[in-house]
Design a protein around this ligand. Structure first.
Ligand code: CO8
Length: 373
């Protein structure tokens, strides 16, 4: 079997109904700031504490491109006495929150790819945060959808989606499977510290599913031309939450264990790294940058997307449709962002080429060149 026979034949997305605008998230945050500064006035006055500073919608839109985000629980996120969504513990009496989102997206992807449960040989679920330790959510979804074969979960931060597609490709190329369902739920808001002004605006909740196959049953097939992956260790995006928390005997609060990042360093280090990575990949495949009709890039920051594309094509004068920005309406969807962009903007003509590329925690980068059949 050659590389040219494996396709992305269908995708599906799920996202919550509830929307939080920049003004709403800023209003909640700034009320928290007022209360915090008032409650701690003495400590602030005698220099023990620094006052918290306001957030602003103008900063958020300028720094990130985000206007709105979709979330699983708007009311409790905006409630300054809670500042997090309310969820239930994982429990054997009901489907996991990741499974519900995953099944929803998977059904749409299967319909678009024209495959049924009996056609699927494996389910690979990639996400930034495991819903629980075991059993794998992928196996739960496999069971719900009535799929035979194998299923497993994997974690690669913001590259979980593309790394999972890559695994699916390898399994198909090796002859292990014909059709694989890749599912990427990213329910990030429970892990966001809404009291931190540099983080509170970034993430939304969503899920994408993709059918990777060596069949051609769909009229919206994209042939995978090339895959390229790299990882390089960095502490700039980190979360130390783990099963070890219960037994750890040194001091860390739950807040200390949540997602945190040095966003500015990530921006400065990752943009050139990804631009060079894509440029080399195109050159290795004898493809000119101007032959790429669509850049479906990781949705962490609109400025990052535009900067990377401009470095690859050699100009910042390009039509905004070249690099879709679902981040504007959905926020950062962790690993689901690049395939969300693909799902929403993939009306290419036969022979047109595009690039799906994730980058994020790890650092991890995976770039996939595709061609519309
Ligand atoms: N309102 C007003 N001012 C603010 C705010 C705010 N909300 N936030 C920060 N500021 C201030 C800062 O304090 C700073 O002030 P000063 O200059 O006085 O120090 C000033 O604004 C500028 O701050 P920055 O330099 O930090 O601003 P940037 O222009 O760098 O923008 C971003 C910040 C938007 C975070 C930007 O750096 C960015 O997007 N970087 C890329 C980050 C990235 O790609 N991260 C990957 C994350 S996703 C991932 O990998 C997977 C993680 C898994 C999911 C986790 C789910 C919880």
């Amino acid at each position: 079997m050659t590389m040219s026979e494996i396709h992305i034949a269908g995708t599906g997305i799920w996202y919550p109904d509830e929307i939080i605008s920049n003004d709403e998230i800023v209003n909640s945050f700034n009320t928290y700031v007022d209360n915090f500064n008032k409650d701690n006035q003495d400590k602030i006055n005698n220099g023990e504490l620094l006052p918290l500073e306001y957030s602003s919608s103008a900063f958020i839109e300028k720094a990130s491109g985000i206007k709105n985000r979709r979330v699983i629980d708007k009311k409790n996120i905006l409630d300054i006495n809670k500042m997090m969504p309310c969820v239930k513990h994982e429990d054997e009496s009901r489907l996991s929150i990741h499974a519900v989102a995953g099944i929803n997206a998977a059904k749409k992807a299967m319909k678009q790819a024209n495959v049924s449960a009996s056609d699927i040989d494996g389910v690979i679920l990639g996400t930034s945060h495991a819903a629980r330790n075991y059993p794998s959510v992928a196996i739960e979804i496999q069971n719900e959808l009535g799929i035979d074969g194998y299923a497993y979960d994997m974690l690669v931060g913001c590259s979980s989606t593309t790394f999972a597609i890559n695994n699916a490709y390898s399994d198909i190329a090796s002859g292990l499977a014909k059709n694989i369902l890749v599912i990427n739920p990213e329910i990030s808001t429970p892990f966001v510290n809404y009291t931190k002004r540099d983080i509170h605006f970034i993430f939304g909740d969503g899920c994408v599913a993709t059918i990777v196959t060596n069949q051609k049953n769909s009229d919206n097939c994209y042939k995978i031309l090339d895959r390229k992956l790299i990882t390089k260790f960095s502490n700039n995006i980190r979360s130390d939450w783990s099963y070890l928390v219960r037994a750890a005997d040194d001091e860390k609060s739950i807040e200390d264990l949540l997602f945190y990042q040095n966003g500015n360093s990530v921006f400065k280090e990752v943009c050139p790294m990804v631009a060079e990575f894509i440029t080399n990949q195109l050159s290795d495949n004898n493809i000119q940058p101007n032959e790429i009709s669509k850049f479906w890039l990781h949705q962490a920051n609109a400025r990052m997307v535009n900067l990377i594309v401009s470095k690859v094509i050699g100009t910042d004068d390009f039509d905004t449709s070249l690099a879709p920005l679902p981040i504007q309406e959905f926020g950062n969807l962790a690993s689901a962002g690049s395939m969300f962009a693909f799902n929403l903007h993939n009306d290419l003509e036969t022979g047109d080429k595009g690039i799906i590329c994730s980058f994020g925690a790890g650092y991890s980068v995976c770039s996939i060149i595709v061609e519309k059949l």
